[in-house]
Design a protein around this ligand. Structure first.
Ligand code: S3P
Length: 170
């Protein structure tokens, strides 16, 4: 089983993928972590300082290609993967299912207000236009949309498991 979690920065992909990994006994790929390893950086600001957004996107494509054939895994993507369809094409290869964690912009702002490791979330206005630009893409590439506002990580993970069961039975 291959699950791909998408969503804007701060939508809960990392926490939910850890919970799903525990429930389903699957390994987790945290794409942002591998980007740091591959670019020998300690945080995203350093990745941007070294090679700008281009370095980030190229590294994302490389990782997606490397994991295209991995079958049993939960993949926590970076919020920008929908900007490069090739990344999702690689990740969805085989039977990958995409779950979009849909959080409102207000929820995201409240989560990321004091976070300083999101180079693309430095200004609320810019982040909001990015959010508007990407939202239709998250919807377009999703097999399932999970509304996450006011839900616990556990509840979100359980909803995902439930949709998987329904899909299997139906
Ligand atoms: C980005 C999202 C980040 C990280 C990078 C760029 C984006 O990941 O990949 O800062 O373009 O939305 P998270 O979605 O895990 O915050």
């Amino acid at each position: 089983m291959k699950l791909i979690l998408t969503g804007f920065m701060g939508s809960g992909k990392s926490s939910v993928s850890k919970e799903l990994g525990k429930i389903l006994q699957l390994p987790i790929l945290e794409m942002d972590e591998i980007i740091l390893q591959k670019t020998k950086s300690t945080d995203m600001n350093e990745v941007f300082a070294k090679g700008g957004e281009l370095l980030l996107r190229e590294t994302e494509i490389e990782i997606a290609r490397e994991y295209a054939d991995v079958k049993d895994i939960v993949i926590s993507t970076g919020g920008g993967v929908v900007m490069n369809k090739i990344i999702l094409d690689y990740l969805m290869k085989g039977s990958g299912k995409v779950f979009f964690l849909n959080a409102s912009f207000e929820t995201i702002v409240s989560r990321l207000m004091n976070n300083h490791d999101r180079p693309l979330f430095k200004s609320i206005t810019e982040a909001q236009s990015l959010f508007c630009l990407r939202h239709p893409l998250y919807l377009k590439y999703a097999d399932h949309v999970i509304d996450t506002d006011k839900k616990t990580v556990r509840k979100i993970a359980e909803e995902i498991v439930l949709s998987l069961c329904k899909e299997k039975d139906g």
